[in-house]
Design a protein around this ligand. Structure first.
Ligand SMILES: [Zn+2]
Length: 70
């Protein structure tokens, strides 16, 4: 069975280690990934919730439909 490589450095991860930071090859890569999260490369749950996005989308849709109806 082939395991996916470390998503950060693309080296083979070592999931056999007891304290493996799987799917990362090392704690350093895990921290690098966390850093990219904090950087805003990814959406961070908690700073902006999905509910907020849905509300925003709904208000935009409502505004758009009102616009077109009259
Ligand atoms: Zn790595």
């Amino acid at each position: 069975m082939t395991l996916p490589p470390c998503p950060i450095c693309k080296r083979d991860a070592a999931p056999n280690a007891a304290d493996s930071p799987f799917p990362f090859c090392s704690p350093r890569c895990r921290m690098a990934d966390l850093g990219s999260w904090l950087d805003g490369s990814y959406r961070i749950a908690g700073t902006r919730t999905v509910d907020d996005d849905e509300e925003l989308l709904e208000s935009l849709m409502a505004a758009a439909s009102e616009d077109g109806s009259s």
